[in-house]
Ligand binder design. Sequence first.
Ligand code: LLP
Length: 430
Amino acid sequence: MHGFSYRNGELFCENVSLQSLAEEHGTPLYVYSGSTLVDHFSRLDSALSGVSHEIAYAVKANSNLSVLRLLASKGAGFDIVSGGELFRVIKAGGDPAHCTFAGVGKTREEIVYALEQGIYSFNVESEEELRYLNQVAGELGKIAPAAVRVNPNVDAKTHKYISTGKSENKFGVDFGAIADLYERAAAELPNIKLRGLQMHIGSQLTSIDPFIEAVEKVIPLVTSLKEKHGIEFWSIGGGIGIVYEDTLASGSPEWWASKSESERPLTIEKYGEELVPRLKDLGLKILLEPGRYIAGNAGVLITRCLYEKKGSAKTFKIVDAGMNDLIRPALYEGHHEIVPLTEPKTSDRLKVDVVGPICESGDFFCQNRELPDFQPGENIALMSAGAYGFVMASNYNTRPFPAEILVQGGEAKVVRKRQTLEDVIAGEEL
Ligand code: LLP
């Protein structure tokens, strides 16, 4: 569910008209729904209520300071992947003691910073990194809390670029090597406190099966690590998929009710029902690292149609956002639903490519898709753009970053100003 819907023929975010925001702030424009962020956080929290747990929001999905602050105010911890993300969490008022630090390539500077800030756990991806962490912690006279990321070799059945739990992926330590690694760490690494175990098998998982498979495979391992090394937490990662095809309709409970069990995308309630019984008697704190589930359908990217170009083979709608603003279609062939801000009056559809202004053929938001016939000058929304949208934007083609707006009820706040060209070249020297 989410806070975007047509009201009297106009697309709203909560109680604010998106057309009015586009007119006031220009396009391209990211708009987030605060109540949706909070609702997703709370629903996940309730779904896991049968087990001791903590939600460490994956900052990489959407790291705007106001988004982080809102989630921190609801009790979120944070999963970070860089010193920069830790810096953001602290600026937003988040507590480092509720931060886990993931990633295969942490630098010395990042490790020192995170040790000084007192994070909850380093989620370590190799024995080499664990030994280096021990060394740096020793030099600082500190004990580094750590969990190793287990690679359970489970197929997440998602896009190859966002699948992480197979042996051929660069992530984590082989399942079969974990027990020995914990033995060696306990015996040889005095500046490491083995606090937990971590896993994450991939992103945008739309079936519960890979989650169950991974959890069931790892339970005996985590149980024995608890007995032998007294670990206190198990992070089962993020990865919960969201609706991309029918995003707008999926904002209403009726849409969910209209789907049979087999047609229905993975719901957070199902996730909880299947996993909680398997996790609740382990005596471990369960950590979750959701990014997309919290933020994905809490945001849209508004863009204006500049031209319609009728080629001999295709009709192109050229818009003022490009792959530099939202790269998911170009990078993962990601599908984002496209809807006009003014509700179409007829059900007529035209087959079009919606493309950006960038000098690349990969700069498209859809190809050969049947869409309502919007015209130059009209604004459209690219749905499901709240996660891995703005955070993956670049200045390619010297295009400034869009502005970001956070809506809460009837109030809309600019939570990041649109970049100016001077901002873009700041730091460059002649
Ligand atoms: N934990 C770890 C260790 C991760 O690597 C990730 C995502 C998450 C949690 C959060 O996963 P989520 O709940 O959001 O699925 N840019 C891609 C997604 C990359 C995901 C990277 N890791 C996309 O736009 O689809």
